[in-house]
Design a protein around this ligand. Structure first.
Ligand code: ADP
Length: 379
């Protein structure tokens, strides 16, 4: 205090307090400014050296830590702490944190100066991680553990999708190919056979067209290109329009189409998407219901929601299939679906479209038939 003098400090403090309380900017003496600078430099020196490292590690989206030269974690971010027993990674080895001997071995090699990258399941069979171990200066190692479970799952789904789609496309293409070759090989000379093969080509081409259309619709909605225009839709009108579209198929099949069209109900929906949903459900109901059966289209209010339903007197669906029915390409009865020209995509589309309209879709089924329902907000 001797150099600066008590008066100067007290004066500077008063001026700063006044400034912070909203007053004018404090004019500080040069000595006071120098003192402030010295205090700042000393605080910096006293700050633990882990602090900047911790700040850096916190910025990683992955679990991250620095392994000290003896192989234990010296600094960790919260994600790595979360993986460690007791919620604290510091002081523990990678083996103690993850129980993975592969990771322990990779860490040992990294401490010898080799960069290591490996994939692990932590705990085994649960989540997939990519571990990256990078030697740092001073003989330490930066360890990053990235959870890639979702990414791997998405890759697998994409691969399955391509495999399924190719399989679906191959069947009609092979049938068309076979029929055309048979025609060229001489069946053309036999009008009866020629007609049969030409019909087969037409049928399979129609199936191909349906499949490509469904695939396009699905990709459009999954990639967000099909934007919903939600607004009030008259339920009576929507049911009538959808029902009208399947009347010819029902008549041809000998299936009775019953319609309960309650007046006055309105739902919040996209008219085109809602029609797509109802037509898909009605199509299925007519397709899977044997001659002489009945398909009932109905709607009713449930609190502030409206439930639209399509019920049939068809064969019903075994319980074991119900949870997976809305997955793409999932069929409860693959033979029957293909015989009916099914693509296995219809219900996946229905689910996407209903969810995009902030609704829910479900099915109840038993030996008496199936009932698919769609629940939407009342408008
Ligand atoms: P598909 O083109 O095969 O009909 P969907 O995605 O529309 O594909 O339906 C998936 C599966 O659900 C069908 O293959 C069929 O096994 C079953 N399914 C759908 N609707 C009905 C129904 N009304 N009655 C019986 N089974 C049905």
């Amino acid at each position: 205090m001797s150099l600066l003098g008590r008066g100067k400090v007290a004066e500077a403090m008063r001026a700063l307090e006044a400034e912070l309380a909203g007053g004018p900017r404090a004019a500080l003496d040069l000595d006071v400014l120098q003192l402030a600078d010295l205090l700042r430099r000393r605080a910096e020196r006293l700050r633990p050296k882990e602090e900047p490292e911790r700040e850096l590690l916190a910025a990683f989206p992955d679990a991250a830590g620095i392994l000290g030269v003896y192989g234990a974690v010296r600094v960790a971010n919260t994600a790595l702490d979360g993986m460690a027993p007791g919620g604290r990674a510091a002081g523990r080895t990678p083996l103690e944190i993850t129980r993975s001997h592969d990771l322990a071995e990779a860490a040992r090699r990294a401490l010898q100066g080799h960069t290591k990258r490996l994939e692990l399941e932590l705990p085994p069979g649960s989540r997939t991680f990519v571990a990256q171990l990078t030697p740092l200066l001073r003989g330490e190692v930066l360890m990053l553990l990235r959870d890639v479970t979702e990414a791997r799952r998405a890759e697998q789904a994409r691969r399955d999708f391509v495999a399924n789609a190719s399989h679906e496309l191959r069947t009609p293409v092979a049938a068309i190919h076979g029929a055309a070759e048979t025609l060229l090989a001489g069946a053309l000379q036999d009008p009866e056979a020629a007609r049969r093969f030409a019909e087969m080509i037409a049928r399979q081409a129609e199936r191909l067209a349906r499949l490509t259309r469904d695939l396009l619709d699905l990709s459009r909605i999954e990639s967000g290109q099909w934007t919903m225009q939600l607004g009030p839709v008259e339920v009576e009108q929507a049911l009538r329009a959808a029902g009208d579209l399947v009347v010819p198929a029902a008549r041809e099949k000998g299936v009775e189409l019953r319609r309960e069209e309650p007046s006055g109900l309105r739902v919040l929906a996209d008219p085109r998407a809602l029609e797509h949903v109802l037509v898909n459900l009605l199509d299925n109901a007519v397709k899977y219901t044997p001659r002489g059966g009945t398909v009932t289209l109905a709607a009713g209010q449930e609190g502030d929601r409206v439930v639209l339903s399509v019920a049939d007197t068809g064969p019903g669906i075994d319980r074991q299939h119900l949870t997976r029915l809305f997955e793409r390409f999932y069929r409860a009865d693959p033979g029957r679906s293909r015989d009916q020209g099914g693509t296995g995509i219809g219900l996946a589309l229905v689910k996407h479209l209903v969810q995009a309209q902030k609704g829910e879709v479900g099915v109840e089924s038993g030996s008496q038939g199936s009932r698919f329902w769609v629940r939407l907000s009342q408008a």
